[in-house]
Design a binder for this molecule. Structure first.
Ligand SMILES: C[S@@+](CC[C@H](N)C(=O)[O-])C[C@H]1O[C@@H](n2cnc3c(N)ncnc32)[C@H](O)[C@@H]1O
Length: 442
């Protein structure tokens, strides 16, 4: 069934209207202008996505976005179909803003969900054009709009291109003021084309703890190994043979199960010494998996805070860079972004985040490049949304969110260089960025 809401036709239409804006370079706020391939674009992302259509069509390997969740407290940008650039200048305080104040989308508004959908739909539609054939989009979201987001993504990206709705455990402990405390968010992911994407997806690198599990108690010339169950779920007639262990004990598959491979494969594994029957050679058959043959490990759709970080960690990471007080409330942990970049990109990929906030994505891209020698490039897009006059950010001279994002990238880049100063080739790490600002075309 087609998903419909109030204003959908208009949302489809505005995605097609060409932008009347231009992107002006701003060298003085950039870093390493002549060398860098990273971009920081200040502006309303609808206009910016329109302006990127030509030069970045089919070029972006991974898009991550963390849009407003429509909690009733966050600000949802309203496009003005007649003159979006004028609307944008007013909303961001860049021209006289009579009656143009930024406001939150409150639940008492009868168009609460449709306002959010009208904001998201054209942006996602334009974003899809930028993805490469093996590209992927990850979208952070919570219970407020997950259902609607899934519906519009199915429509825009196609049902078959759904990858997963990942659960991220964002808290470390329940909120004691509540009886049932919310501890997770979602990361919805879609491929541009699932067929290409399957091949392009990367395994996760093994951690030191994973590696510790590999041992070599029988001095196997292939080196350290772990053993895994040789049984499998279900009944397959040609996988139901008897196995005689070297010490002479006979095993058949247990109730409701069969062996993992057919008998010929089993015999080959046995001959090559890839089976394990315990130290006394009469244990249940197990298959050896060798460390040197392991390319990495499969990630699953449950991302725990111990693996990818939590919100408290994100706040601390930002405070370490920008000062002790909370400068930005909604940042994500670097490890979370690093995970997404690691599983979905290659050495030279372009990564786009068009709701970039404090620029965690740029930080994670530089960090991962430093770790694995990659040369991924990032494009951040952020509205120069003014910070609250009474906020710590404003007191610290960050008058809008772009100021926070740019300063974070500057400081994060320097820190990464310092932390990795002894690493070979680190001097080639691209920690610069070119700033462009959305302006009205003359
Ligand atoms: C939840 S925050 C993103 C946080 C980010 N992931 C981080 O780790 O810091 C969403 C951001 O989107 C920005 N935003 C909202 N509407 C926008 C628009 N139309 N164009 C560009 N940015 C927008 C907001 O100003 C806010 O900074």
């Amino acid at each position: 069934m087609i998903f419909s809401w109030n204003g959908k036709n208009e949302a489809i239409r505005i995605a097609k209207i060409p932008s009347t804006g231009t992107l002006r370079p701003c060298k003085e706020e950039s870093k390493n202008w002549d060398k860098t391939e990273n971009l920081y674009i200040e502006g309303d992302n609808l206009e910016v996505l329109k302006l990127l259509q030509k030069s970045y069509h089919n070029k972006v390997k991974m898009i991550y976005i963390d849009p407003p969740y429509n909690t009733g407290k966050d600000f949802v940008y309203k496009d003005n179909f007649k003159d979006n650039i004028k609307n944008y200048m007013g909303k961001t305080g860049q021209v006289d803003s009579k009656g143009n104040k930024l406001s939150t989308n409150s639940e008492s508004n009868g168009r609460y969900h449709s306002d959010w959908l009208n904001m998201m739909y054209p942006r996602l539609k334009l974003a899809r054009n930028l993805l490469k054939d093996d590209g992927v989009i990850f979208i952070s979201i919570d219970d407020n709009e997950v259902e609607n987001l899934l519906k519009i993504c199915r429509e825009i990206f196609g049902e078959d291109n759904f990858i997963a709705n990942i659960i991220w455990q964002k808290r470390t402990s329940p909120d004691a003021r509540k009886k049932l405390s919310n501890g997770h968010e979602y990361i919805l992911s879609f491929a541009k084309n699932i067929e290409y994407f399957e091949k392009a997806f990367n395994l996760l690198a093994l951690t030191e703890d994973d590696i510790k599990n590999y041992r070599n108690i029988d001095n196997d010339p292939r080196g350290p190994w772990v053993s895994t169950d040789f049984g499998a779920q279900g009944y397959k007639p040609n996988q139901m043979y008897k196995i005689l262990t070297p010490a002479g004990k006979e095993y058949s598959p247990s109730e409701g199960r069969c062996w993992r491979n057919i008998e010929d494969v089993y015999k080959k594994l046995l001959k090559e010494g890839r089976m394990w029957f315990g130290k006394d050679s009469c244990g249940v058959p197990r298959k050896k998996i060798y460390l040197k043959e392991k390319e990495g490990k499969t990630s699953w759709t449950w991302w725990s805070n111990s693996e990818v970080g939590h919100t408290q960690e994100a706040t601390q990471q930002l405070a370490e860079l920008l000062g002790k007080k909370t400068i930005f409330d909604y940042s994500k942990p670097i490890r979370l972004l690093k995970r997404m970049v690691q599983i979905s990109t290659k050495e030279n990929s372009i990564i786009l985040d068009f709701f970039s906030g404090s620029a965690t994505t740029a930080h994670a891209v530089m960090q991962l490049n430093a770790e694995d020698g990659g040369n991924r490039k990032h494009i951040m897009v952020q509205l120069p949304e003014p910070t609250d006059k009474k906020s710590e950010a404003n007191k610290a001279e960050y008058k809008n969110i772009c100021e926070i994002g740019k300063e974070r990238i500057r400081r994060a880049g320097e820190k990464i260089l310092k932390d990795n100063k002894d690493k070979e080739g680190i001097e080639n790490l691209d920690i610069g960025f070119k700033v462009f600002k959305l302006k009205r075309s003359e």
